[in-house]
Design a protein around this ligand. Structure first.
Ligand code: PEP
Length: 249
């Protein structure tokens, strides 16, 4: 059984005062039946971990360097994120791929570093609008999966997030058929590469303009094990109903 996961990515948003959103989330969901994860900016990881200490709420980083330590000004390593008390880290978010020219090889190295540090990596993949319109979606997904994932991984330390680039922060959402086609394809690829046991146990999240109003229909799609949520994760009043929708799916 795959435990469903509602994950929030705060991106470059949030000051200390934003931690009250975590308090509100905890109060609204004292004992969630799904896993709940918030990835705040790295400045807030430690305080978010303290805020979440009496609750199953998980805290994650949004990116890590591939190296454990060294002369990389401004970067943080997976070991540092783990040391701060987090349990997850995002790798390969499309904003990192675009803003920082991250390649699949870089993402694979970061994912490996996350695993070595004892973190669960949420590896993000997804096609651009041009790629979808050219009917290349599955080919792009296959290539990103092949090159961004390490050869050795476990279902416990790896989550895939399918995030069509054109759906992130735009309010545009693929049809449920389109989501289902890609998620089923990812599942098949994972089973082929890692064997049925591991491939069937890795969670696959959908991400891209998920809101309370569309969560129910997205969570009903086969092989959708939860969501990676950007904008709608910033406020507990928006994210809480998404958690509820996942609990009821
Ligand atoms: C994201 O940042 O991963 C994301 C899916 O953003 P949004 O929910 O705002 O589209």
């Amino acid at each position: 059984m795959r435990k469903k996961l509602a994950a929030g990515n705060w991106k470059m948003n949030g000051l200390s005062a934003s931690l009250t959103e975590l308090e509100t989330l905890k109060t609204a969901h004292p004992a969630p039946s799904v896993e709940v994860l918030i990835c705040p900016p790295s400045t807030l990881i430690t305080s978010a971990v303290v805020t979440a200490a009496d609750h199953p709420l998980q805290i994650g980083g949004q990116d890590c360097h591939a190296n454990e330590a060294g002369a990389h000004t401004g970067d943080i390593s997976a070991a540092m994120i783990k040391d701060a008390g987090a349990s997850y880290v995002l790798t390969g978010h499309s904003e990192r791929r675009t803003d920082h020219n991250e390649s699949d090889a870089t993402i694979r190295a970061k994912t490996r570093a996350a695993h070595e540090a004892g973190l669960t990596a949420v590896v993000c993949i997804g096609e651009t609008l041009e790629e979808r319109e050219a009917a290349n979606t599955l080919q792009i997904i296959a290539g990103q999966l092949a090159a961004s994932l390490p050869d050795i991984l476990a279902a416990e330390n790896t989550v895939i997030a399918y995030e069509p680039v054109w759906a992130i922060g735009t309010g545009k959402v693929p049809t449920t058929n389109q989501i289902g086609e890609v998620h089923d394809f990812i599942r098949t690829k994972l089973e082929q590469r890692y064997g049925e046991g591991v491939g069937r146990s890795i969670r696959i999240l959908y991400g891209g303009s998920v809101k309370a109003s569309n969560a129910d229909e997205i969570f009903a799609v086969s092989n959708v094990d939860g969501a990676l949520v950007g904008g709608a994760s910033l406020k507990a009043s928006d994210f809480g109903p998404i958690v509820t929708a996942l609990e009821n799916a």
